[in-house]
Design a protein around this ligand. Structure first.
Ligand code: FES
Ligand code: FES
Length: 165
């Protein structure tokens, strides 16, 4: 069997530098899960529909099943595992906790990473804007009400308020 030529990639993931030789066809989501063991990034569809695989690449939310790993070469990636700092949850993680914004939790990492990007660009969103922002993320448990509530709570907390409590 013919073996595919491998390419060397170097990426910084959650602040740590990694170099690997990978097949050119390796998807970024498989690289993150299988090479780095960061299984908080989920695979829900593999067809760009569900958003479960969303990570931050060079500052923007991307569906990591839509990119090849080599396309991230030289880049900076943030996954759900990188959000917690010194044992303290990120305000968006805290918001999901406080607002019961998850049921099975499968969509949660992708939702949080999408909102992480969105709230940086729109720190004071209204409900409609939040709903539009998470359009590309499917929650099969249909827990959207509380996810939206959590996003608004997180936005307030990140602006220095006390959250929606
Ligand atoms: S696994 Fe990437 S969008 Fe569903
Ligand atoms: S909480 Fe189950 S898919 Fe969203």
């Amino acid at each position: 069997m013919e073996t595919l030529e491998r390419v060397r990639i170097t990426v910084r993931v959650n602040g740590k530098l990694y170099t690997h030789e990978v097949e050119p066809r390796l998807l970024l989501v498989h690289y993150i899960r299988d090479y780095l063991g960061l299984t908080g990034t989920h695979i829900g569809c593999d067809t760009s529909n569900c958003g479960a695989c969303t990570v931050i690449l060079n500052g923007r939310a991307v569906k990591s099943c839509t990119l090849y790993a080599f396309m991230a070469d030289g880049g900076e990636i943030l996954t759900i595992e990188g959000l917690e700092k010194d044992g303290k949850l990120h305000p968006i993680q805290e918001a999901f906790w406080e607002n019961h914004a998850l049921q099975c939790g499968f969509c949660t990492p992708g939702m949080i990473m999408t909102l992480y990007d969105f709230l940086q660009r729109n720190p004071k969103p209204n409900e409609e804007e939040v709903r539009r922002a998470i359009e590309g993320n499917l929650c099969r448990c249909t827990g959207y009400q509380n996810i939206v509530k959590a996003a608004l709570w997180a936005a307030e907390r990140m602006r220095g308020g006390g959250g929606g409590r």
